[in-house]
Ligand binder design. Structure first.
Ligand code: GTP
Length: 569
């Protein structure tokens, strides 16, 4: 049983050896190292990318917040003016000057166009249109009982506008446009001929029409973009407007317009403070409002597919980022303006920053490491291959006879032990053939030692080409051979021995240029079943004694029994 386990263990080790071929192990180790280093580098790249995205967003957030603060100031002022007008509607100033305003209006209200100017250095003029004009539009109405209060409130607003404009606290344009056919604006008209077209123009603006009770149910500040002054992205206005309501009646609209050029300048300032990248402002319909001055795009900033992806991203999230080829685009929705800020950074710009240099260094390190690893792999593999082939040669030399290329005596005995044990365990037949060349000394003596070697190698070749792949042949002495035949009975082994004998006898061997010789061999055969022993040394000794019987009986014959064999011709 113990022997059986030893045999199994040897086989298992043999199979494992096949898988752990040294070159394969070296390859595997290097592949593992390359994969691990690549995974680690990749992880670093992912961490870096995360940090890069965070930095892009943080830069965008700073600029957006600054713009938002700017917008918030505008909204606060607008609400302050509205509250002021509502107070004035409720409790108008009872000054003579205000009564003059009301009287002036009553005198002129039917004129096609009119103005009421007080001290232009302290307040702004009121510009108005005729009763007839007002009657033409359903949007307009001059019949509200608080009309006079509205007029004086507008005059007070003109005072506040003037005050704020002088203090630099107002954008270039601010308006109050009344539904009663008049307006106040922070910019003066060149002449009265402009009153009707200007009023009409203001009435048509989306920031006015969009403040009706129907359009703006929440009655809060709304943001609009207006390209009316130019039509180019850097010439329009961003406008905040709020309706003036009092006692559930919509009197008119207060508005402030911020020229996008001013916003663009802000973007440019932000851009200069940070590392490379471009800022853009879009409205809620994803129309480009402005770029930083000095930036120009000959082609559209985004193609249709990129545009659609960005629009989708913006609809889903108030902030985010997308990579388009070599550009990274991050966006953030503004809190006080119905639009988005975009930051675009190209790969080249990114590489010039800190993250770029770290990424380049990381990539170079990885390339260097991998190149060194490949070099080490080539050297080690070569060394291992050399060592392995040297080891194989030594191993082969330890197990095989170099002249005949058959197993040497030691190896044959080792194999014999294993094979006889396997045969014993499985109770299979097992046979041994002992072979000795006849009068070999004469060959050496007549034709020389080299010719003798040649004959030995020919005889070995004939033996190994006659036996099956299961059988094992070995050189056990000078001109003596032994064949192990696992699974063969004595009769089968005798047939094999007979074939060997016949082939050796039949072969004409060229020993010199013009000299050929024929040799013969005597063979003794033994079988495990017949002799009742699986012990190799016993079987070999029986075969050996039968071989000598064959020799003594005239050579060139096979002997498989202990009685004297018949001679062959
Ligand atoms: N050329 C050569 N000769 C060898 C080698 N090994 C042994 N011999 C020779 O083989 C011969 C063996 O001779 P013997 O044992 O007398 O037997 P024999 O001449 O074959 O005669 P029988 O066996 O009785 O037929 C010796 O002369 C050895 O020198 C070898 O490797 N090469």
């Amino acid at each position: 049983m113990r022997q059986e386990n030893v045999v199994k263990e040897k086989r298992r080790l043999g199979n494992l050896k096949k898988y752990f071929y040294p070159a394969r192990v070296v390859n595997l180790c290097f592949v593992i190292v390359v994969v691990c280093s690549t995974i680690l580098t990749w992880r670093e790249v992912i961490v870096l990318e995360g940090a890069y995205v965070a930095s892009q967003r943080s830069m965008l957030e700073n600029v957006s917040n600054a713009l938002d603060r700017h917008m918030q100031v505008g909204v606060d002022r607008l609400l302050f003016f509205r509250n002021g007008m509502q107070s004035a509607l409720q409790t108008p100033l009872t000054l003579d000057v205000m009564r003059n305003v009301q009287n002036g209006f009553e005198q002129q209200r039917r004129l096609p166009q009119w103005d009421i100017k007080l001290d232009n250095r302290r307040t702004l003029p009121l510009y108005g249109v005729s009763e007839f004009f007002v009657d033409q539009s359903e949007l307009l109405n001059r019949d509200h009982p608080l009309l006079h209060n509205e007029l004086t409130a507008a005059m007070e607003l003109g005072y506040l506008f003037r005050l704020s404009a002088n203090g630099g606290m107002l954008p270039r344009r601010a308006y109050y446009v009344s539904r009663a056919g008049f307006f106040v604006a922070t910019y003066p008209l060149e002449n009265n001929q402009q009153i009707i077209p200007t009023y009409y123009h203001l009435l048509m603006r989306p920031w006015f029409t969009g403040q009706s009770e129907h359009e703006n149910r929440s009655r809060t500040v709304r943001w609009f973009t207006d390209q009316a002054d130019g039509g180019k992205s850097d010439k329009g206005f961003v406008i905040a407007s709020v309706p003036l309501d009092y006692e559930d009646y919509w009197f008119g609209v207060l508005a402030m317009s911020f020229p996008v050029e001013a916003i663009a300048q802000q973007l440019k300032d932000a851009q200069e403070g940070q590392n490379k990248g471009e800022y853009q402002l879009y409205n809620s319909q994803f129309q480009l409002l402005t770029l930083a001055p000095g930036v120009s795009h000959t082609e559209p900033v985004f193609n249709a597919e990129q545009h659609a992806r960005l629009a989708q991203g913006m609809a889903q999230d108030t902030r985010g980022g997308l990579r388009f080829g070599t550009r990274y685009v991050s966006w953030q929705k503004l809190r006080h303006f119905d639009g988005f800020m975009l930051r675009i950074q190209t790969l080249r710009e990114g590489l010039q920053g800190d993250f770029g240099s770290i990424s380049v260094a990381l990539a170079l390190l990885w390339v260097l490491f991998t190149a060194m690893l490949l070099f080490a792999w080539a050297v080690i593999r070569r060394m291992v291959n050399n060592m392995y082939s040297m080891q194989n040669t030594l191993q082969w030399q330890a197990w095989y006879d170099p002249l005949t290329r058959l197993c040497n005596r030691g190896a044959l005995f080792e194999r014999a032990k294993i094979l006889t044990e396997e045969a014993r365990v499985s109770q299979q037949p097992f046979a041994v053939i002992q072979i000795d060349l006849d009068h070999f000394k004469n060959v050496n003596d007549r034709y020389g030692h080299q010719a003798g070697d040649l004959v030995l190698s020919h005889a070995a070749g004939l033996i190994s080409s006659t036996i099956s792949s299961e059988d094992v042949a070995g050189r056990v002495g000078g001109e003596e051979f032994c064949v192990l035949l696992p699974g063969s009975t004595l009769e089968q082994a005798v047939r094999v021995a007979e074939r060997i004998r016949a082939r050796i006898r039949g072969k004409e061997i060229l020993v010199h240029k013009h000299t050929t010789i024929r040799i013969s061999a005597s063979l003794g055969v033994s079988g495990a079943l017949e002799s009742g022993s699986y012990d190799f040394e016993t079987l070999q000794s029986i075969a050996d004694s039968r071989l000598y019987r064959a020799k003594n009986s005239g050579r060139n014959q096979v002997c498989s029994e202990d009685a004297a064999p018949k001679p062959k011709k």
